[in-house]
Ligand binder design. Sequence first.
Ligand code: E4P
Length: 215
Amino acid sequence: MKFFIDTANVEAIRKAHERGMVDGVTTNPSLVAKEGKDFRKIVDEIASFVTGPISLEAVSEDAEGMMKEARELNSWIDNAAIKIPMTWEGLKVVKQCADEGIQTNVTLCFSANQALLAAKAGASFVSPFIGRLDDVGHTGMELIESIAQIYVNYGFETEIIVASIRHPIHVYEAALIGADIATIPPAVLDKMVNHPLTDIGIQKFLDDWKKVPKK
Ligand code: E4P
């Protein structure tokens, strides 16, 4: 299972990278806005140490504008994956990008049929937003199971990025399903290592070690 880090915060990505947990990065306009820094500068900083796919979102609404952005963003770094929203205009761009060898990540996916369209258009990645589905009373993770089954049925190569992850159980459930990738917010990644019995166990071993006679 690949771990992408879902943030535009360079220091958070660096920390996760030093822990050996970064196979790629996903950003979106909201995450970039939080940083209050020039987008290009952020992207160059991330790309200076992340070699896996870095998702950069196009914000035009028409195919022509999105395609122009896709080519521009793709020229910035060697490992860009252009985030394209799940619309008919977006799907045209996904197809064109596939023809031009530009990686794409179809974003804002909320149904299995949308994911089917993304795969047929030739998307490199599709991002179903499970947390936002949970927010409106659906079980987001069921969508991941459905998409995974559909992609297996037809041998689609589009990789599923489980997105909008809110807590460690989302990562666990995604892993059980066998999702290709989870894009994990830094705070969720931090929590994944924790277990109270680990802390108690370490403390007990340290305390007992003090009792071992030294010579
Ligand atoms: C992923 O690519 C998205 O940017 C992200 O997971 C959205 O998460 P949110 O629903 O917490 O904003």
